[in-house]
Design a protein around this ligand. Structure first.
Ligand SMILES: Cc1ncc(COP(=O)(O)O)c(C=O)c1O
Length: 417
């Protein structure tokens, strides 16, 4: 969905000359596609939306309405979920850093808690000592190898992942034994998120098999969920020219293992998936006005009211899918050009070496596929963050106003005198 110049000009009055657009119907359609693919093959299926990917409160609320659990990795995200009305037993609390208070709150509120490291066990035991009559349920994030014939599948080629409790060195068994010291603790879940570079289907079958094997060996009586984490591919823009698995491909592989390992019925564990990128990347676009076209020697630069931080916080060099929306269709000149941003960094390129119609001042450029890790990763650098407008059934809703000096330099935080 791309807005017309007329629509943009009207929005400019309220939003200024750059803003994000959230396509709410696209969110619903992504959710349905993922849910259908998995649930049609394995009924006891739960989506835990990965908050960190994009925790715009409006997005989180929409996920809650659609039926997703909230997958959070900090107290900040946990408290946000509560604030927008997510029921505490529909929050999955992951992440490597949790305070004793975080853990006690999650246990008190009946949230799903996956511990990542051994230090968390002491906090759980302290809680159990104080609450002897309460049955406490916890999950463990586990760490095992998922390499492909000895070759690392992890992002950046890491040899081992730093997350979770290691099975190979005995820490997993140690954790189970330590938790068993308390009669009122039950280990009911296993979690295995791995951030891989290729997001292959085979990786997900390896993760699922690994988790099922551990569950059957150690937790036959108690297992309630198998959580395979996130990291799957969503719909990828055709301009990226890569062939990626579909939701059905992932679901077929994962669910067939679950169905083989666990008999259907009340005791069949839930399968949890924690999608982030695949759920939201293609639901956002970024609109920015062209300020100037400049030529330096033979190179054209198009300056816009935006920055690489708004669309590619990792500053990768690949051009995102984009469109030019012209104010005046009569002017026409083609050239090779770069789109650059408002910061003072040399490397603030929003797009490199584009061949085509040269944008003119007052035109708009729309960058698509910017919903994942942008809103949450946009540093407060040089200029206020742009606002966000949602479109749902042709109606516009402002879901984040444009920042002003006042919010940027929050008067409760900064000292001015
Ligand atoms: C525990 C956990 N779950 C889910 C996700 C979401 O991953 P993605 O956005 O690649 O789907 C992440 C991302 O790092 C994660 O660490």
């Amino acid at each position: 969905m791309v807005l017309s110049y007329q629509q943009i000009a009207e929005l400019e009055q309220k939003m200024g000359t750059s803003f994000f657009l959230l396509d709410v119907e696209k969110v619903r359609s992504n959710y349905k596609k993922i849910d259908d693919a998995f649930r049609s093959r394995y009924n006891r299926f739960i989506i835990g939306y990965s908050y960190k990917t994009n925790y715009l409160p409006f997005m989180c609320k929409e996920m809650d309405k659609l039926g997703a659990y909230a997958e959070v990795v900090s107290r900040l995200e946990y408290d946000l979920a509560i604030k927008i009305g997510v029921k505490s037993n529909r929050i999955i609390f992951n992440g490597p850093l949790k305070t004793e208070d975080d853990i006690h709150t999650a246990l008190e509120q009946g949230s799903i808690l996956n511990i990542d490291s051994l230090y968390e066990i002491d906090f759980i035991q302290n809680y159990c000592r104080k609450n002897k009559n309460k049955q406490v349920k916890v999950g463990l994030r586990v760490n095992f190898t998922i390499s492909d014939n000895g070759v690392s599948t992890l992002q950046e080629g890491y040899g081992v992942s730093r997350f979770g409790i290691c099975v190979a060195n005995g820490n997993f068994e140690y954790a189970l034994n330590k938790l068993k010291e308390y009669k009122n603790i039950k280990v009911i879940g296993l979690h295995g998120h791995f951030s891989t570079s290729e997001r292959k289907v085979e990786t997900y079958s390896r993760i699922t098999k690994g988790l099922c094997k551990l569950a059957k060996e150690y937790l036959t009586e108690t297992i309630e969920y198998i959580d395979i984490g996130g990291g799957i591919y969503g719909e990828i823009p055709s301009s990226f020219n890569i062939n990626t698995p579909s939701f059905d491909d992932y679901a077929e592989s994962v669910c067939s293992i679950m169905n083989t390992e666990f008999e259907e019925g009340e005791r069949q564990p839930y399968l949890i998936l924690e999608p982030g990128i695949s759920m939201v990347a293609n639901t956002f676009s970024f609109y920015a006005k062209v300020i100037e076209g400049k030529k330096v020697q033979e190179t054209h630069f198009v300056l816009i009211d935006g920055s690489v931080h708004n669309i590619k916080p990792t500053m990768h060099k690949r051009n995102l899918p984009m469109q030019l929306i012209k104010q005046n269709y009569n002017k026409y000149q083609t050239a090779r050009y770069n789109i650059v941003g408002y910061t003072c960094m040399e490397k603030d390129y929003l797009a490199h070496d584009i061949e085509g119609e040269l944008p003119e001042p007052n035109d708009y450029i729309v960058f698509e596929n910017v919903g994942a890790y942008t809103i949450v990763f946009n540093p407060p650098f040089i200029k206020e963050r742009p606002g966000i407008i949602a479109i749902d059934q042709n109606e516009f809703y402002i879901v984040r106003r444009r920042e002003s000096l006042r919010e940027f330099f929050n008067e409760h935080l900064y000292v001015f005198q």
